[in-house]
Design a protein around this ligand. Structure first.
Ligand SMILES: Cc1cc2nc3c(=O)[nH]c(=O)nc-3n(C[C@H](O)[C@H](O)[C@H](O)COP(=O)(O)OP(=O)(O)OC[C@H]3O[C@@H](n4cnc5c(N)ncnc54)[C@H](O)[C@@H]3O)c2cc1C
Length: 392
């Protein structure tokens, strides 16, 4: 990672982005591509320190969002999948995804097939039905298996992708500062003075709050800034000492019918995710014993010949989804995965916060942020389009 160059309060940035997760990195890159003088600050010593290293690592339309009729989200994400496989082929690649359908499970073969056809219609690509012999080849449990479907989606390494976007932002002229833990944002006559815990400070016209699960902590730095009440929902993954499957498997938990992925991950098997409500405290974030047991039961259910006693958990990690509180009226697994931009914009002060979002749609989100801010920022000349900038 590049060494931070920014130190002094006299530098006036057009914008400062707080948080070098995928959303903050994406906004810094997009603002720099538009020709703005932007700083990206991060409390950790590197990018992707929080949720952006704890995702399921999928660049996908979100097949299950079809169940909640979030068609525009799915379409946008599929479009972004196409862009990312083009500009970042070494980081984002299409993989075969398999959906086994068992007798008595929540989603029937008819339902799954209909969903896949709609996914294809929205730009997801071809899907097909396999014979059950293919399931045995993949090492899937074939007892009570009724059907096996295949479709396409993409996998990435979330940390490498985020670092590549940060690198691109820096190449475009953005200033990157790690170990910059923002503890205050003081309103000036025009713009803000942003202060770090170690005494460093900088000035900027606009503040973009991309602090992920800590978003409302940062939002408290100025009592006039608008906020949205949130629920943080923990999702956990395990990496198991078990050979990687020859594709991504999308199955149902035998406990509650939730959709869970079994994914190849650097030669091993990764399984996730769970959904555990954590209230609004971003510091509550650790894999529980119940989550481990839940995920191991999914593995034993989906794969044949798995002896849980002999299975070693190599790693376990959890991340926090930011969901607006009102979405909790629906079940946690439903709705409102979409991003919400909350802002207070004037010619003297610009504040914008990014609530929620998807790794997949980070570039589209960044475009929306730029579109909101641009009328309030100094005029400048766009240098590049992020849809054309290669990521490595
Ligand atoms: C379990 C799980 C699985 C997911 N899987 C997928 C998936 O497969 N595909 C997909 O598209 N999406 C997925 N998502 C969604 C996606 O991962 C997140 O939306 C995304 O990573 C959030 O990025 P972010 O930049 O908003 O937050 P973060 O990555 O958390 O970044 C916020 C950053 O802000 C920093 N920060 C906080 N406070 C301060 C401060 N005061 N000063 C300076 N820095 C600060 C933090 O250190 C952190 O680095 C998943 C989410 C979860 C929880």
């Amino acid at each position: 990672m590049p060494t931070p160059r920014m130190q002094d309060a006299t530098t006036m940035f057009d914008a400062v982005v707080i948080g070098a997760g995928i959303q903050g990195a994406g906004v810094a890159q997009a603002l720099a591509a538009e020709g703005f003088n932007v700083a990206l600050v991060e409390q950790a010593g590197h990018a992707a320190a929080q949720t952006s290293s704890k995702s399921s690592k999928l660049i996908h339309g979100g097949l299950r969002y079809l169940e909640t009729a979030e068609l525009s989200l799915v379409r946008e994400c599929l479009h972004e999948r196409q862009t990312l496989t083009r500009i970042a082929p070494s980081l984002v690649s299409l993989k075969p995804f398999y959906i086994p359908v068992y007798r008595g499970q929540k989603r029937s073969a008819f339902w799954v097939h209909a969903g896949l056809l709609l996914y294809r219609f929205l730009g997801g690509g071809a899907c097909r039905k396999h014979t059950l012999a293919k399931a045995a080849q993949l090492g899937l449990n074939t007892r009570n298996l009724q059907a096996l479907f295949e479709y396409q989606d993409a996998q990435t390494d979330d940390v490498k992708l985020t670092c590549a976007v940060v690198k691109s932002a820096e190449k475009l002229g953005a200033t990157i500062a790690f170990n910059f833990d923002v503890v205050a944002c003081q309103r000036l006559a025009a713009g803000y003075c942003v202060k770090a815990a170690d005494g460093r400070r900088l000035q900027a016209g606009a503040i973009i709050n991309a602090a992920g699960a800590a978003i409302n902590r940062v939002a408290q730095f100025d009592s006039s800034w608008p906020t949205v009440a949130i629920d943080l929902v923990q999702g956990s993954h395990l990496i198991l000492d078990y050979p990687a499957p020859a594709g991504c498997i999308y199955t149902e938990s035998p406990d509650d019918g939730r959709a869970v992925f079994l994914l190849p991950w650097y030669g091993k098997l990764m399984v996730g995710t769970t959904e555990l409500s954590r209230g609004s405290n971003p510091d509550l974030n650790a894999v529980t014993e119940q989550e481990r047991a839940y995920l191991l039961r999914v593995v034993a259910h989906a794969l044949c010949d798995v002896n849980l006693e002999e299975l070693t958990v190599l790693d376990a990690f959890s991340g926090l989804r930011v969901l607006p509180k009102e979405s909790q009226s629906a079940a946690m697994n439903k709705k409102a995965r979409d991003t919400r931009l909350v802002h207070q914009l004037s010619t003297q002060h610009q504040y914008l916060a990014i609530y929620g979002g998807k790794l997949t749609a980070y570039r589209a989100t960044a475009q929306k942020v730029v579109a909101k801010l641009k009328p309030f920022l100094p005029p400048c000349h766009p240098k590049h389009s992020t849809a054309q900038l290669p990521l490595t």
